[in-house]
Ligand binder design. Structure first.
Ligand SMILES: C[S@@+](CC[C@H](N)C(=O)[O-])C[C@H]1O[C@@H](n2cnc3c(N)ncnc32)[C@H](O)[C@@H]1O
Length: 249
């Protein structure tokens, strides 16, 4: 929760900008947010990834854990400070994990974290989800980032095109029901608040500007994946804060 408090501080410190952004609806890129938000986001989500990613989420996907143990090419798109990238690199030393994010300072931080953790099976790119480099990824994953993107369909389509035959896309998104009424509980309200000042403005600042927001819900997320050419979407796991979708062609 300390990371969450940092996120609040980041929004309070720049509330005038947030108000102006809300009124104009013009969007506000991630890079325009205070540094405190990037650290807070990493700190808020990381414990959930530490507790679940390797022990619960990856084993819940068909055939993925065995591939990662044997040695696979993995893309972690929208990796931010790279906590998920480093966790997978540590757990699957035979695999190479590519951390990808368009925010260059976050990629610098991710590189430092990987170096501090002593992992060498990582590579990083500053790139958009819609056109990052590389082909033949056995496994692609995205943690709490698709709803922030202006063109989530373009991102998911590019992921599909870069997957190796039989590859899997694991989409981790904030837990949400499909209607606003279902999300009117304390956690949903917190996510809506963050979505109004952070996620939705970031999406609106990018091409297309679909503005999914942090409470998109499974129905809309599945629709995005289908528009991108995926056909199989299954909720493979969930926690009180996240849903994990297994997405395949
Ligand atoms: C809420 S943060 C999540 C970061 C990290 N995955 C985590 O869970 O801590 C969303 C991330 O998506 C990245 N992002 C947003 N739009 C993007 C795009 N179009 N292409 C690549 N990365 C993007 C941001 O720079 C940010 O690092």
């Amino acid at each position: 929760m300390q990371g969450f408090v940092q996120m609040i501080v980041s929004q309070f410190a720049t509330h005038e900008k947030a108000t102006e952004t809300f009124k104009t609806g013009k969007g506000r890129p991630w890079s325009d947010q205070p540094q405190c938000l990037f650290c807070g986001t990493d700190r808020f989500f990381r414990p959930g990834y530490q507790a679940n990613l390797v022990d619960n989420w990856i084993p819940a996907l068909a055939g993925v854990e065995a591939k990662l143990k044997a040695g696979a090419k993995v893309a972690d798109i929208g990796c931010g400070h790279g906590s998920s990238t480093v966790l997978m690199a540590q757990a699957y030393p035979n695999s190479t994990i590519h951390g990808i994010d368009l925010h260059a300072p976050s990629i610098e931080e991710a590189k430092s974290k990987a170096a501090a953790a002593g992992v060498t099976n990582v590579e990083f790119q500053v790139a958009k989800a819609q056109d990052f480099e590389g082909r033949g990824y056995d496994f692609a994953c995205m943690f709490d980032a698709l709803h922030d993107m202006g063109d989530p369909v373009g991102a998911a389509r590019h992921i599909r095109e870069t997957l190796a035959p039989g590859g899997t896309f694991m989409l981790v998104e904030p837990m949400a029901g499909d209607s606003m009424a279902e999300n009117m509980h304390p956690l949903g309200q917190i996510f809506y608040a963050a979505s109004c000042t952070i996620c939705t403005p970031n999406s609106l600042s990018q091409d297309v500007g679909r503005g999914l927001g942090a409470q998109a819900g499974e129905k809309q997320l599945a629709q995005v994946c289908r528009e991108a050419g995926f056909t199989q979407i299954r909720r493979a796991a969930e926690t009180p804060t996240n849903m994990v979708l297994e997405v395949t062609v």
